[in-house]
Design a protein around this ligand. Structure first.
Ligand code: PMP
Length: 355
C-alpha cells in the first residue's frame, strides 16, 4: 500500500487545515497543465481552474470582492440588501455570499436567460426579477433597473459589477498572485475573454507589475464584441453587432474595470463559435474537463497565443466555469443544429451530444 504522503491523490499542500465558510473557500484554485494542447503547440499551456470555486465560477471572486469592499467602506451593514444586474455567474456568486453573510440578494436579469439559472438563483434565496432584454442605452436595461431599485430601499447597495473596480481588484489581489506563484513567475503570456473586464485587467495588471511588463497580456473576444477592433484600431469604438453562443463574455463598451488597462494589451483575437464549441468537446474528450464555452474560447485563444509566442513559451488562461449551467444547449443535437454548429463537431466527438 502507498503511504498517504506519497499517494498521487494527495498532492496539494494547504497552509491551514480548514477555511472559514463559503467565503474562505473562494480562490486558491489549481493551475491545470493542458497536456494535449501543450504537446501540439510545443508550448506550455495552463488553465486556472476557476470552475472549482465554491459557487462554480470565476465570478465568486468578484462577488466576494465587491461585498467585502462595500462592508469595509461602511456602505453595507448587517441585514442589508445587495442588488445586481447580471445574466448569471455574478448573481450566483452574490447569492451564495449573501446567504453566507446574512444579506438579502436581489437580481435583475434579462428574460432571455435559461430557466435553470433563474431556478438556481431562487434556490439560493435570491429575489429574481426577469426584465425585457434591451440594450444598455435603454433606461429599462437590467443594470439600470438594478441601480434604481437599490436607490429606493434603505441599507441597500447596487454592486455595479461592470464599473465597480472592487471587481478587478479582487483579481489583482488573488487570481494574479496565485498565477504568479503557481508559475514561479515564468509566464510569457496571459489571455482571457472579458465580460466586465475584471479578470483580464486585475490579473493582467498584477502580472505586468511583477514581470515589469515582460508578461504579455492579450484579450480573447467572441464574435459580436467590439473590443478586438478597439485594440486593433488603437482605440476606435464601433457599434456592437453580431452574437455568439458563448455566455457571460463580449462587451460593447470600455467598462471602468477594463479602464485604461486596455491600452496596455499586446493584442486581441476574435475566436469563432465553431472553434469554441469544438474545444468544449475536445477538452472533454482529451482532458476529461467539462467546461463552458467561455473557458473553451479562452483555451483556443491560449493555443493561438502560444503559437505566436513560440515553442517553449508559457501561456496561462482562465477556465471560467463548468458546462453544467449550459448542458441543455451545448450537448443538445437540436440546439447545435439550430445554431448551425453541427459540422463544427468532428465525427469522433459527436457521441458526446447526447441530449
Ligand atoms: N466567463 C463566464 C462564464 C462569465 O460568466 C464571465 C462573467 N460574466 C466571464 C467569463 C468574464 O469575466 P469578467 O466579468 O471578469 O470579465
Amino acid at each position: 500500500m502507498l503511504s498517504a504522503a506519497r499517494s498521487p491523490l494527495l498532492r496539494r499542500t494547504f497552509t491551514t487545515n480548514h477555511v472559514d465558510g463559503f467565503t474562505g473557500a473562494v480562490g486558491n484554485t489549481p493551475l491545470i497543465y493542458l497536456k494535449g494542447l501543450s504537446e501540439k503547440t510545443g508550448a506550455h499551456i495552463y488553465g486556472k481552474a476557476e470552475f472549482q470555486n465554491p459557487g462554480g465560477s470565476v465570478k465568486d471572486r468578484a462577488a466576494l470582492g465587491v461585498i467585502l469592499d462595500a462592508e469595509k467602506r461602511g456602505l453595507l451593514k448587517p441585514g442589508g440588501t445587495v442588488v445586481e444586474g447580471t445574466a448569471g455567474n455574478t448573481g450566483i456568486g452574490l447569492a451564495h455570499v449573501c446567504r453566507a453573510r446574512g444579506y438579502r440578494c436581489v437580481i435583475f436579469m434579462p428574460n432571455t436567460q435559461s430557466q435553470e439559472k433563474i431556478d438556481l438563483l431562487r434556490m439560493l434565496g435570491a429575489d429574481v426579477y426577469p426584465v425585457p432584454a434591451v440594450a444598455y442605452e435603454n433606461p429599462a436595461n437590467y443594470n439600470h433597473q438594478a441601480r434604481d431599485f437599490a436607490k429606493d430601499i434603505p441599507n441597500a447597495i447596487w454592486t455595479d459589477q461592470f464599473d465597480n473596480t472592487a471587481n478587478a481588484n479582487a483579481h489583482y489581489e488573488s487570481t494574479g498572485p496565485e498565477i504568479w506563484e503557481q508559475t514561479k513567475g515564468q509566464v510569457d503570456g496571459f489571455i482571457c475573454a472579458t465580460g466586465t473586464g475584471g479578470t483580464l485587467a486585475g490579473v493582467g495588471k498584477f502580472l505586468h507589475e511583477k514581470s515589469q511588463a515582460k508578461t504579455q497580456i492579450w484579450l480573447a473576444d467572441p464574435p459580436g464584441s467590439v473590443l478586438t477592433s478597439y485594440v486593433a484600431s488603437g482605440g476606435k469604438l464601433v457599434e456592437r453587432s453580431g452574437s455568439s453562443i458563448t455566455e457571460g463574455i463580449g462587451q460593447g463598451r470600455i467598462t471602468n474595470n477594463l479602464g485604461t488597462f486596455i491600452n496596455q494589451l499586446s493584442g486581441a483575437f476574435t475566436i469563432d463559435d465553431t472553434k469554441s464549441i469544438e474545444m468544449v468537446y475536445h477538452l472533454l474528450d482529451t482532458e476529461g474537463l467539462y467546461l463552458g464555452a467561455s473557458s473553451a474560447l479562452n483555451v483556443v485563444a491560449a493555443a493561438e497565443l502560444a503559437v505566436k509566442l513560440g515553442k517553449g513559451s508559457r501561456v496561462v488562461t482562465i477556465l471560467c466555469d463548468g458546462a453544467y449551467r449550459y448542458q441543455s444547449r451545448l450537448f443538445s443535437k437540436q440546439w447545435l443544429k439550430a445554431k448551425r454548429l453541427e459540422d463544427a463537431i468532428p465525427p469522433h466527438l459527436k457521441k458526446y451530444a447526447v441530449l
